[in-house]
Design a binder for this molecule. Structure first.
Ligand SMILES: Cc1cc2nc3c(=O)[nH]c(=O)nc-3n(C[C@H](O)[C@H](O)[C@H](O)COP(=O)(O)OP(=O)(O)OC[C@H]3O[C@@H](n4cnc5c(N)ncnc54)[C@H](O)[C@@H]3O)c2cc1C
Length: 229
């Protein structure tokens, strides 16, 4: 975000804050990142989210939604995974999004002996997150999955990512967030008076949105557009 908002402990119902007095934030991108940011900011800011969709989907419309804190070829623990999982659980409750979540574990069959060794080490180092399953365990628990070298069973889950995003947006709307659809942001100017001006256009009409703070949550989509232009 530019410039960074000062942490604000006021809430909608706080005694000194009226809707008119709340600082304005514009968030570009209504994927999972932008929608979550909008929901979180809505307690203290007047938030507008601008998105180019639905013409082109973002990653949040197509992602598999696996929640997997032991990632990569070696099943390494994801950076700050504890905080991420704690925040995710809180977000699911706050957004009433339990119906989008499956808590079945993520299974990662080892592709070769080296990976099997790494997965075993990872399970030993992170017993709260993962368990090593021998080939016999796999055959018993998951007879329909081919895992002749064993597998790392991760205490993760899966989220129907698009429905999750839509649910978060519905909650954000309830809390006063405005979503502007079908508008591509073309430019972003930080002004000397510490505000930002965002130039956007839809159907050939250009418009400028002024705000006190701005955040970009545009993911890789921007680069796809740039590459294909
Ligand atoms: C095939 C696939 C599988 C995946 N599987 C997993 C998984 O299993 N687990 C996991 O954790 N993650 C997974 N991911 C990653 C995850 O989906 C993304 O990290 C996440 O959805 C990114 O969200 P985002 O909000 O940052 O971006 P996006 O969802 O891409 O949202 C960006 C938004 O910005 C808008 N936008 C961009 N530029 C502009 C502009 N100039 N003006 C206006 N709007 C603009 C776009 O329209 C879009 O709606 C997967 C991703 C893919 C593609």
């Amino acid at each position: 975000m530019s410039p960074s908002p000062t942490p604000n402990t006021n809430t909608n119902s706080g005694p000194n804050v009226t809707a008119a007095a709340r600082p304005r934030v514009v968030v570009v991108g209504a994927g999972l990142a932008g929608s979550c940011a909008a929901l979180a900011l809505a307690t203290a800011y007047d938030v507008t989210v601008v998105d180019a969709g639905p013409a082109l989907p973002g990653a949040s419309d197509v992602g598999a939604g696996l929640v997997n804190p032991l990632l990569g070829r070696q099943g390494r623990r994801v950076w700050r995974s504890d905080e991420a999982l704690t925040s995710l659980r809180a977000l699911i409750v706050d957004a009433d999004a339990e119906y989008t979540v499956s808590r079945r574990p993520v299974l990662r069959p080892a592709q070769d002996d080296r990976q099997g060794r790494k997965f075993r080490e990872s399970a030993e180092e992170n017993p709260q997150l993962g368990e090593w399953l021998t080939p016999e365990d796999c055959a018993r628990l998951y007879p329909f999955i081919h895992a002749p070298l064993g597998a790392l069973q991760v205490d993760g889950g899966a989220i129907q990512i698009r429905r999750f995003k839509v649910q978060i947006q519905a909650k954000a709307r309830e809390r006063g967030v405005t979503f502007v659809r079908d508008s591509i942001v073309h430019a972003w100017d930080a002004k000397s008076d510490n505000t930002v001006a965002v130039r956007l256009g839809s159907n050939g009409h250009a418009q400028t949105l002024a705000a006190d703070y701005g955040g970009l949550a545009t993911s890789v989509w921007r680069w796809v557009r740039r590459c294909s232009a």
